[in-house]
Ligand binder design. Sequence first.
Ligand code: NAD
Length: 436
Amino acid sequence: MRLSVIGCGYLGAVHAAAMASIGHEVVGIDVDPAKIEALSKGEAPFFEPGLQEILIEGISSGRLSFTTDVSAAAGAAVHFIGVGTPQEAGGYAADLTYVNAAIDALLPHLSDGDVVAGKSTVPVGTAAELAPRVTAAGATLVWNPEFLREGWAVQDTIDPDRLVAGVPAGAEGERATEILREVYHPAVAKGTPFIVTDYATAELVKVSANAFLATKISFINAMAEIAEVTGADVTQLADAIGHDARIGRRFLGAGIGFGGGCLPKDIRAFAARAEELGRGESVSFLREVDAINLRRRDRAVQLVIDALGGSVVDKNVTVLGAAFKPFSDDVRDSPALDVAVRLYGLGAKVVVTDPQAIENARRVHPQLDYITDRDEAIRDADAIVLVTEWDEYRRELAPELASALTSGRVVVDGRNGLDAAAWRAAGWSYYGMGRP
Ligand code: NAD
């Protein structure tokens, strides 16, 4: 099938390349010429495992192309909308400027029977509001939320754990559903659950999934706060409650909390939308989820201050990680980078290292020192602070090696990812999150 993908960021670039890899002819469209230039050369403009390979494969097969010219969408049967929906300036709601602009730009190039499939995460009610404009152009709007995880985005796009489509009622919706089934044919053929529903449910599936995940993380971080005043160990607590199949151990890692381009802004937008709907109280707990999450960054900073004797002024602090999570170079609302910036603001001499995210981090926080080589970054550190659980830090950094690089003996484990006993045995003062 011929497909267009409008917006080629973390979601759209992967979607375009993944759709080409399953046999479609795809044009990716973005307003950012630098991004389009890189993608056209087969260069992934951000780090995402496996993306580079499918980009090159798609471009050399002739099935995948990129352009800034939205008229290239003409002739595609399905047009995916994957533009950003960031938090609005000065508020919590989602900023729908880019979605509206993308739809407006696309309208003149639609043909009768085209399907416009929204993938961006939007407040409930958005699709119903946009639909008349799309219908007037002879096309059908569906909302097809995206659940990919950065770091696993290629796999999640080609082989998702479920597909969700919000479609209009009646024959028009049925036809659009059939077209989407054809788009996602490999996943459909292997029996991937495909939930066909109305617009509002599809939009809510996405934001409620993120709200649930954020709540699970903040729940365990709240337990970490209690553990900290009682001498309990939140990692053991998580193991123990995680054995209950109804609870499950995943997403129960206490630490400096969640960040990135999705969870924080999505729970805020959900709360803001619920307020608009007169149901603010139904999700008022999300404010608490957000507050607990942000408090964990304070806690990590306080641990470093305490560990260094009450002040970080002029202390060499090495921050391991800048990305909001491993296997990504995304630093949007990164708790890791936030901790680094706060320590810098308190007078520490901060060195940040990360296997992938230094370039992005430097762009937003040029005031910090960045060193790519992990061991160079650790040299002469008074304290090491682990904030992104890359294997390079969590598994591959032996305390003995760190001991050879610096005489500092303080390690703050913002992700509870290190072997506390091994670090202590090597003479280090180890501080975890919610652990004695
Ligand atoms: P992003 O900022 O990486 O990408 C958005 C892209 O849209 C940018 O490249 C931007 O230049 C482009 N754009 C903006 N206006 C445009 C227009 N009028 N025409 C064409 N292109 C335009 O954002 P992202 O992380 O890819 O997220 C996009 C959407 O997908 C958001 O709603 C997000 O919540 C959702 N989402 C993201 C993920 C994720 O893991 N990143 C997962 C699921 C859902």
